[in-house]
Write a protein that binds this ligand. Structure first.
Ligand code: ADP
Length: 489
């Protein structure tokens, strides 16, 4: 029994209880000695606080009761009676008892609240998907480690540095940029191959000294995702490049086909004229002249395409948009005739002069006309395309290609300018992207709307004059800049 009591006294709580009881005895003794002149009863709060803080509320309340009893015994009216009536003695005893108990209860609530706050913080720190670790300023003595750091990574990093390859010091940010001047480094676990980002900085600790705070994040997944994204982008870039080349080749083939067909037709006409008994040489000369003009146009197209592929600086010159519109229609003359589609030229007079690359803008109009023509297939004889030019409200000109085809359903409209989006069996889905790139490189806009007769309408603007002059070099049209645009203006 005695040994058991002695063992209790070796514990922290046991020592606190003994100290409190001795303190209560001493206070009541000195209170008695000083004849209650100094009123030492306030000092009972010290052992009560000690018991409440170290052991708990029940112990605190017990200390309060013991204190009142000690005060009552030492100050009993039998020995010293300083009150005019004994009732005041009991009144003071009760008031002291209530105050002591309230004090114990308040202290206990404060302690519980502090413990709650501490626990909440620990829950947060333990719940974080990062390892958090605090060491003394030399980085040797661990002061705190959250669960994640301790269990999963931390111990491994701290105890087995050799296992980790310090990849690179990624960055040391200036203290102005981070609150505690944290520096970052990447570590790779040579055993598991996982990557970690270790952030280290100094912070003030609760005893005032500076300590090292380390935050360790497993960044393997995001590193892998970034690598995959890079690979994917490279693939997409290569695919876009080859597809754009294919698109240019097919556009070239398409454009070259027109003059070649025309040359064949004029040649047939010449043969027919010459095989007459009395050939009309004048007529033959006219046909040969037209045939030559078509041959020159074909060679022109090849030249222009070649220089375009070489990423030449565009030939920016003040040009007549109506003239460019007419040339574009001529380029599609035979196809239009074959499909019996009529192009109604609605060209405004007195348009402001605009500066642009004639070949490229011609290409855009041909492309839009071609799309309109294809939208009317299977050949719908008698179809109508309106090619309109007008002065733009914000200066410059607007060109519109409006067809009376089936129009563009909403599901298609949202993806019109998405690279490689096509509804055609042999389409590439790059025509509109390239058109938009060309127009935007001229600081203009290209957008789609519903046509007046239910078909599709494509409009683009070209800004006016040297003040709005387009960039001196067009972006690479062979891939990179045709991706990821929204569909409508
Ligand atoms: P491609 O014609 O080679 O498929 P585009 O970028 O030129 O590529 O056009 C993408 C898609 O937009 C086409 O497949 C077609 O579905 C739609 N489209 C373009 N112009 C029209 C139009 N005038 N009428 C209806 N649909 C159109």
């Amino acid at each position: 029994m005695l040994r058991h009591s002695l063992r209790i006294l070796t514990t922290r709580r046991g020592r606190a209880a003994l100290l409190a009881i001795v303190a209560i005895g001493l206070v009541s003794f000195f209170d008695y000695l000083t004849g209650y002149e100094i009123r030492l009863s306030i000092l009972y709060l010290v052992p009560i606080a000690l018991m409440t803080w170290s052991i708990g509320l029940a112990a605190g309340l017990l200390a309060a009761v013991l204190s009142v009893l000690a005060w009552g015994v030492a100050f009993h009216p039998t020995y010293t009676h300083t009150y005019s009536h004994p009732i005041y003695y009991y009144w003071e005893g009760s008031v002291l008892g209530i105050i002591f108990m309230l004090f114990a209860m308040l202290l206990h609530s404060l302690r519980t609240a502090l413990a709650h706050a501490d626990r909440r913080l620990l829950h947060i720190l333990d719940g974080l998907p990062a390892g958090i670790y605090v060491t003394d300023d030399e980085g040797e003595r661990p002061l705190y480690a959250n669960k994640h750091f301790d269990q999963a990574i931390g111990t491994a990093v701290e105890q087995n540095e050799a296992r980790f390859e310090r990849a690179s010091v990624v960055e040391t940010l200036a203290p102005a940029e981070t609150t505690a001047g944290f520096h970052y480094e990447e570590l790779r676990d040579l055993q598991t191959g996982r990557w970690f980002l270790l952030q280290t900085g100094t912070i003030p600790w609760d005893d005032g000294r500076r300590v090292q705070l380390k935050v360790l994040l497993d960044v393997t997944d995001s590193k892998q995702a970034a690598a995959l994204r890079r690979q994917h982008q490279e693939l997409l870039h290569n695919a876009a490049r080859s597809a754009v080349l294919a698109e240019i080749a097919s556009m070239l083939g398409h454009e070259i086909n027109q003059p070649l067909m025309a040359i064949a037709t004029y040649n047939d006409a010449c043969v027919m004229l010459l095989s007459r008994d009395q050939p009309d040489i004048a007529e033959v000369i006219v046909a040969l002249g037209k045939s030559r003009a078509q041959a020159v146009r074909a060679s022109d197209i090849i030249d222009r395409t070649r220089s375009f592929l070489r990423r030449r600086t565009p030939t920016l010159a003040p040009s007549d948009i109506n003239e460019t519109a007419r040339v574009s229609v001529m380029a599609l003359e035979l196809e239009l005739q074959e499909a019996a589609v009529h192009v109604q030229m609605d060209l405004a007079a007195d348009l402001p002069e605009v500066v642009y690359d004639r070949t490229l803008v011609e290409q855009v109009i041909v492309n839009l006309l071609h799309n309109a023509l294809e939208a009317m297939r299977p050949p719908r004889r008698g179809g109508l395309i309106v090619l309109r030019t007008a002065a733009a409200q914000e200066g410059g000109v607007t060109v519109s290609v409006i067809d009376d085809g089936p129009g563009i359903p909403d599901s298609v409209a949202t993806r019109l300018f998405t690279p490689f989006f096509t509804t055609k069996t042999h389409g590439l889905g790059l025509g509109l992207c390239i058109c938009r790139s060309v127009i935007e490189a001229h600081a203009g806009h290209l957008w789609h709307a519903r046509g007046e007769h239910g078909g599709a309408a494509f409009h683009f603007t070209l800004p006016q004059g040297p003040g709005d002059a387009p960039p001196t070099e067009l972006p690479d049209m062979r891939g990179a800049d045709v991706r990821g645009r929204s569909n409508e203006r």
